[in-house]
Design a binder for this molecule. Sequence first.
Ligand code: MTE
Length: 333
Amino acid sequence: MVKIAPSEITPEHVYLNRRHFMVGAGSLAVGGLALAACGGPRAGAQSQSAAPAAVQAAPPPGDLPEALAHAEPYASHATDELDDPLNQYEEITNYNNFYEFSTDKEAVAKLSTDFVTRPWTVTVGGLVNNPKTYDIDDLLKKFTQEERIYRLRCVEAWSMVIPWVGFPIAELLKEVEPKAEAKFVKFTTVMRPEQMEGQKSRLLDWPYVEGLTVAEAMNPLAIFATGMYGKLLLPANGAPLRIVVPWKYGFKSIKSIVQIDLVDEMPISTWMQAAPNEYGFYANVNPEVNHPRWSQASERRIGEFGRRDTLLFNGYAEEVAYLYDGLDLRANF
Ligand code: MTE
């Protein structure tokens, strides 16, 4: 099913990693404000022609590791493994949920332009045999960066198809060696209110925190993303390091990570804490488990008119359903 051999079009060490590849790829009230983990798309953002105007300058290719050095937005394929077309670079970089900057999706790109992503260190600790602090550029060199074309499904029922560049979370975990008693991985976003205006407000309990079970984090689909469309990530998309967990609602895919801890108790994530009855720890995409205030049966793909059916585990059931054997997905939403 692969249309073009990755070796024909990508540097040797960047290989296509889609599903057929892999074996071969709300709201809550805070001081009267209605918030959602992912605000719904606005009418204008749903058509290709209405792509938001503010397009950020891409980082200069000269600063990029070879694997990411594309001067223009680059993806090895035009569709995902379900033949859904990729969203445009402009859509993905100008329609963002990143509450540290703004609750207005179309304002995040502009407000995050000056966010400083170098130097940047990521500390991995807790219940591990080899605690480590990595410089981001060492992480980029140490782990082979590969392309992953994934659907991103927001809890508020919009979605995109995004060609990420990154590496499996499992690769990093293998290096630090989780101890037997480690059951969860906790991720924490940088706390930098002087550069992130939203962190000056009490909208959420900063810094943003998310978590996965160790088994989820070890699944080959779970990645750290460092780039997108063949370029380093822009701040709006979570530069310099975020996770992408494509079978879960988008709020699990925490951005701008500085701390990773292996822990024995389930971390209370930011959205669980803000609205425990609306956002659970698992947050698996599931058309049959509705948000308390809206249906999850269908979604709107940014750039398309109309709605499409929501897929169980966002279409990745074959790869991830085993993680939830015996778990009541309704109770563990
Ligand atoms: N990470 C942090 N630190 N802060 C956030 O507000 N928003 C989440 C997630 N990661 C968020 C975050 C939500 S709700 C979604 S849908 C995705 O990021 C959006 O990712 P994108 O802007 O790259 O599409």
